[in-house]
Design a protein around this ligand. Sequence first.
Ligand SMILES: NC(=O)c1ccc[n+]([C@@H]2O[C@H](COP(=O)([O-])OP(=O)(O)OC[C@H]3O[C@@H](n4cnc5c(N)ncnc54)[C@H](OP(=O)(O)O)[C@@H]3O)[C@@H](O)[C@H]2O)c1
Length: 380
Amino acid sequence: MNDQDYTAVFTVDQTPEEAFAAINNVRGWWTGEIEGSTDKSGAEFTYRYKDFHYSRQKITELIPGKKVVWRVVEASLNFVEDKTEWNGSEITFQISQQGDKTEVRFTHVGLVPEHECYNACSGAWGSYINGSLRSLITTGKGEPNQMRIGIIGAGNIGGTLARHLTRLGHLVSIANSRGPKSLTGLANEIGAKAVSVTEAGNAGEIVIIAIPTKAVVDLPKGLFANVSSDVIVVDTGNYHPELRDGRIEAIDRGMPDSRWVAQQIGRPVIKAFNTIFAKSLLEKGAPKGAPGRIALSVFGDSLDGKATVLRLIDDLGFDPVEGGNLDNSWRQQAGTPAYCQDLEAAALRHALEEAVHERIAEYRAAEEARIKKYMAAQKT
Ligand SMILES: NC(=O)c1ccc[n+]([C@@H]2O[C@H](COP(=O)([O-])OP(=O)(O)OC[C@H]3O[C@@H](n4cnc5c(N)ncnc54)[C@H](OP(=O)(O)O)[C@@H]3O)[C@@H](O)[C@H]2O)c1
């Protein structure tokens, strides 16, 4: 062990025995598929998170109320060049009584700053240990469904999503057009990481694009070239040709906004979060079952991708509604009956149904007229 090894420490009111039990309940606090026994000395268990991370741990020390040590027997980290960086490292938990409190000291011996995975791995450990494991010990409930989420665009929608997603315990990397330095304040305030657009695109399991439609063509070429096909890309955009984006011929001819975005970035996208004003997204989330809970719909071609985004919508405090495939996403474009009306689930489904394909341009024009009027009223 040296002072460069990644360490996280926290203190709780619970007993050392309670902390020890929670640590050994690995499925309760670490995301991913875990196979094997996690609470027997000498046992081995594997951890797999999608295509990103596989590792096999042997439990080499298990001293009740005092210490847990796992040796990483083999590992494959698919987001760094040397996929074996964890091999031979040791993951240790030291538990000690400090007055009437219990201290848990986590150290990943061998996870040091010169490792390529240090930033990503230490960020993830920090959240699992200080967030999920601590919560499991103190409340009996861990937060193992943490995801790494990149957000491109830190304005009204991107900034609001980042704020809520960090609050939910996800690891959020956020980028804008001006570079990470311009985002340090927001990132520090909400507990996100300010990064470049390229880093946000490569941040993890979900990438949310929350920029003006016209700016999509300015994203770095090949942004998603090395991003696993498992990664879900979400488009929050609305095309505003008169007010902001200029004319995009393919969309004007009838291509759904998000189909065009998918073509530009060379990746399938899920259309979501474009039908709620940022202020409602910020303020109007409500617990499941709350009367009047606002519903948000999702369109896209990947069932898995939609399922993940629908779950996220629920976690954010909105009723999730599956809309259909991406070619039908015109049903929730700007100005349609489903657009930014803060509807409940049944009303939202009805509004999506009611939309008329021939009226797409008319809906959009009406929405732009509404915004113009609103902006004019703000000036007076
Ligand atoms: N506002 C809403 O209530 C709302 C609701 C639903 C959907 N939408 C849609 O969501 C999208 C984002 O809207 P918004 O209101 O959040 O916009 P916004 O407040 O104007 O913010 C736009 C963000 O995009 C970033 N950006 C612009 N060009 C970029 C580029 N080439 N690379 C990286 N980042 C870039 C900007 O960064 P810089 O500041 O550094 O330039 C800014 O952080 C739009 O398509 C909008 O129509 C908005």
